[in-house]
Write a protein that binds this ligand. Structure first.
Ligand code: AQP
Length: 324
């Protein structure tokens, strides 16, 4: 049997370079490997774990699907679907919550970060985020998950839940591992933390044009750096350089150490390379967004395929837990 792969992205906005390099590139690589059966969703239910707007959610979840298709996810090879269309994720998450303590969830760094970001939104849904993520993965018995490094603590929780369920109820859940890409951690353009949809000024969207990308990359705070120790902004800039203009990095590093680096030259070289990399995706996106029927069909058929697998797992779990 083929190994299953599951990944997803929240519908909190349009996809950015961090989502693309940390998750989508890995999703593409596994989709094109015949050893794997790949399932990729837009995590629209996860979106409600932080403050959201109803109309934006409805719009963004479709935009994420269009970004997926534009990036090369192929419904002939992968199951592409909306999480909310497969109720089994939510049902399984509730069963999983019975083997998970509140204290374990409260100690997760991602949970602490989010309550710092949204102090008045410390909800049960937010606390349950990792349990729902475990259910997203394990409802398909997926063993491999292409996601950025920030998701590693959540994968640890998924492994713990799989182990506990197997011990207590004799289920056969795999212990899912992360599939890492070269861009597993893309820094914020603000010089602190990771690139994030919900942090203004931190990201480059996949649909940004050259002028916008140039402006954003130029905004990385490097002004006070002249040789010596790299400040966080300079470190971020060199992280982008390693990913996008790797053959020139050494030369730019030497210039930095010598105190002769023209930051704007380095920044513009990176911007052009990013734009060049995104151009095929942007062209493809224009075609796909005008084909409403095609996108509708992908969403409908994806849900049907996903439901078929998910319902089988949930039935098994209900039987093993004495609920059927
Ligand atoms: N900066 C990043 N570098 C590498 N990978 C990243 N990912 C996110 N940011 C980076 C990966 O993208 C996938 C989807 O993330 P998500 O939208 O489900 O959740 P997130 O981590 O919360 O993404 P954002 O952009 O930070 O959204 P907000 O601001 O709404 O919380 C995951 O695989 C993640 O690792």
């Amino acid at each position: 049997m083929k190994k299953r792969v599951l990944s997803g992205i929240r519908a909190t906005g349009r996809l950015h370079l961090g989502n693309y390099l940390g998750a989508v590139k890995g999703m593409l690589e596994l989709q094109d490997n015949s050893e794997y059966e790949t399932l990729y969703m837009v995590a629209d239910v996860h979106t409600i774990t932080t403050p959201f707007n109803v109309e934006e959610l409805r719009k963004n979840r479709r935009e994420v699907i269009i970004d997926y298709l534009a990036a090369g996810l192929d419904p002939e090879k992968s199951v592409i679907f909306q999480q909310s269309e497969v109720n089994e994720h939510l049902e399984l998450a509730f069963y999983f919550s019975s083997v998970t303590t509140i204290a374990r969830m409260q100690h997760l760094p991602t949970y602490k970060d989010k309550i710092k970001q949204y102090p008045t939104h410390n909800t049960m849904a937010l606390l349950n985020y990792p349990i729902l993520m475990a259910a997203d993965i394990l409802v398909y018995k997926a063993g491999l998950v292409p996601v950025g490094i920030d998701q590693e603590p959540h994968l640890e929780v998924a492994r713990e839940i799989a182990r506990k369920m197997n011990q207590l109820y004799g289920t056969d859940f795999p212990e899912p591992k992360r599939f890492a890409t070269k861009g597993e951690y893309i820094p914020s353009l603000r010089g602190e933390g990771k690139m994030s949809k919900s942090v203004e000024g931190s990201f480059i969207n996949l649909t940004d044009d050259l002028e916008t990308i140039r402006k954003k990359i130029r905004s990385i705070p490097t002004a006070t750096a002249v040789g010596g120790e790299m400040n966080p902004g300079v470190k971020s800039l060199f992280a982008f350089a390693s990913l996008y203009i790797s053959s020139e990095v050494e030369k730019f590093k030497k210039d930095f150490e010598a105190g002769s680096l023209q930051f704007v030259t380095l920044k513009d070289a990176i911007s052009e390379a990013i734009y060049k990399d995104l151009q095929p995706l942007q062209r493809q996106r224009k075609k796909i967004e005008s084909d409403k029927n095609y996108v509708d069909k992908v969403i409908k058929e994806g849900a049907e395929k996903a439901r078929k697998i998910a319902s089988k797992t949930v039935k098994e779990v209900r039987e093993k837990m004495g609920l059927l």
